[in-house]
Write a protein that binds this ligand. Sequence first.
Ligand code: UDP
Length: 274
Amino acid sequence: MNTGQLLDTEPLMGLRFVTLTQQELVNALSHAVAKRLNGVERLNRVESAPSDEQPLFIVTANAEIVMRARRDAGYRRILHEADVIVPDGIGVVLAARLLGRRIPERIAGIDLMQALIARAEAEEWRVFFLGARPEVLPRAIAGVQKRHPKLIIDGHHGYFGPEQEAAILQRIAAFRPALLFVGLGVPKQEQWIVRHRAHLPAVLAMGVGGSFDVLGGAVRRAPLPWRRLGLEWLWRLKEEPWRARRMAALPRFALLAVAVRLGLAREEPGRRSL
Ligand code: UDP
């Protein structure tokens, strides 16, 4: 299954972004997950070999990720493995508008995750959280469980060494999640998913950055009016000023979009690009 090929996309700065609204994307992904799970159930009933399909790999990309993919060929190759790349940033949406690409709206990773979790509760899909600090993850899970009492959820924090990895993979395999959310930060989470993808029993795997910190109350998300104004990045800068260095990618991305529009820079990453 490669939903990325089924879903409509538009190219932008060397990546192909999905052109659906959040609601449409949640429906499309839920449909793909349900179809796959039904298939596995049917196979199990007739005692055939289980499906060996890899999980759908979802990347939520903001300006920082686009700029990282431009300078880091290894990370770029990883993103090219994604089935769906989601426009998670006002910068991406504005650049798309400037370059005449059909990207209808920003889809924040945390919103997509929460919408999928709501579906998971209704459909009885198991959910696994991998990531966040050991003291934060249980709070994130407890918070989600409170809002979704029927949800079947488990998780493991994100501070583990290579020697613990096999045990964590076993735990995920035993739990058999439909949805696996990986919050190890960029680029670790995408690298981790791609490295283990062939052996992950999940139907869908998605990097969610610091979303467990928000769910666990360790970080406050921007209030709705800030989000509506497209200023979530400014809120993050205010709350976590240490991000300033990483967020320097934002103005560089904006400049690049303008330069591409004026024909002064190549859109695809390459030697002559900014
Ligand atoms: N994290 C983790 N293991 C690590 C490094 C980071 O679980 O080895 C977690 C960290 O606790 C935080 C998230 O990954 O919850 C990264 O959050 P951030 O907001 O920095 O995400 P990004 O901006 O990279 O998407």
